[in-house]
Design a protein around this ligand. Structure first.
Ligand code: TXA
Ligand code: MG
Length: 329
């Protein structure tokens, strides 16, 4: 049976899969991950193959905590403070890789991304894998490259089909967008990807503002302009002009569905109510995008969310989805 409810026996079976060099999809508090033994070149290669991801895009290595992270990375003071404050949780730290740590999960880079997830199933899986001698699980989001990340076990099956490995079903992810990524490898801390942890909380702990990613920042697929994209063309529209845009599209026979906080002026339009708060919105985001994508419309219109603050991750993902699913008119 796949997906398999993530009870104790299923988690033990999944850890045994990892120890044997095979892949497992598992829930984290952010999104579902496609995991493999980070110390196994074959397992890491299988992740890239299944995801269709370019080999130079590094993976995040998931660990149970700071102690395991130190085996992989040169730990520093900022990492210690952030890990104490936010691990386990939706924060990925980019650090210099330990010279003796295998580099295949890192896309050939001298740095490594590390995260300690808080989801109880992810934690139990990491603990069981450690009991079998493992020390880190490399896991990108369990979707095909460039597409919308999975926040339910069924999304993983929808994406990977018959090729899906054992999928542990831990229900819907509580955060719903990927982890925040902070680069601590180059002196001044830099925000590489806004995510489930508000950047302001990181700045409060570090006592300095996070820099913005520049040309020298490491490549990150989650930071490509066109990413997280549905197949249906998607537009971000300010609330005040949704009704007018619907009118233009209807006049040209283009059938649109709207995701917005209040019902669009054209009452007959297909409408999905949007969550008012950023946390609830983030939790619903990928499932809603997948549902609207499958609903058979020609166009998805989404009310432009507030930018910045606790909306930064949602605004970022929606912007990339719109770039990746362009409306050619
Ligand atoms: O919430 C998450 O982070 C989820 C769950 C499964 O943990 N994972 C996730 O992985 O979003 P993925 O592979 O879809 O995105 C990982 C991002 C990519 O943008 C990757 O390039 C970046 O992390 N990354 C990983 N290692 C890096 C490194 N050494 N330097 C720079 N970026 C790195
Ligand atoms: Mg991803």
């Amino acid at each position: 049976m796949n997906p398999r409810p993530a009870d104790e026996a299923a988690i033990e079976a999944a850890a045994a899969e990892l120890a044997a060099g095979r892949l497992v999809a598992f829930p984290t508090e952010t999104v579902y991950g496609l995991g493999g033994d980070a110390a196994s070149a074959e397992a890491v290669a299988a992740i890239y193959r299944l995801k269709g991801r370019p080999a130079d895009h590094p993976l995040i290595v998931h660990v149970s905590g700071a102690e395991q992270a130190r085996k992989w990375a040169r730990w520093n003071d900022a990492a210690q403070r952030l890990a104490e404050a936010f691990w386990p949780g939706p924060l990925t730290l980019i650090l210099e890789r330990q010279a003796e740590a295998p580099g295949w999960a890192c896309g050939g880079q001298a740095t490594i991304g590390l995260r300690s997830p808080s989801h109880p199933v992810a934690r139990a899986l990491l603990a069981a894998f450690e009991r079998l001698g493992g020390s880190g699980v490399a896991a990108p989001s369990a979707n095909r490259f460039g597409r919308v990340s999975p926040t339910r076990a069924s999304h993983v099956i929808d994406d990977l089909g018959d090729e899906a490995p054992l999928v542990l079903d831990g229900g819907a992810c509580g955060v719903g967008v990927e982890s925040t990524i902070v680069d601590l490898s180059r002196g001044r801390p830099v925000l590489l990807r806004p995510g489930g942890l508000d950047a302001a909380r990181i700045e409060a702990v570090l006592g300095v503002p996070l820099g913005a990613a520049d040309a020298a920042a490491p490549r990150a697929s989650g930071t490509l302009e066109a990413h997280y994209a549905p197949r249906t063309p998607l537009e971000l529209v300010p609330a005040g002009v949704i009704a007018a845009r619907l009118g233009e599209l209807a006049a040209r026979g283009i059938r649109a569905v709207v995701w917005s906080r209040s019902r669009p002026g054209r009452g007959e339009a297909a409408w999905e109510p949007a969550e008012a708060g950023s946390e609830a919105y983030a939790r619903a985001l990928y499932d809603t995008l997948r549902r609207l994508d499958r609903a058979g419309f020609d166009r998805i219109l989404i009310e432009r969310p507030p930018d910045g603050g606790d909306w930064a991750a949602v605004a970022d993902r929606l912007r990339r989805a719109a770039v990746g699913a362009p409306a050619r008119d």
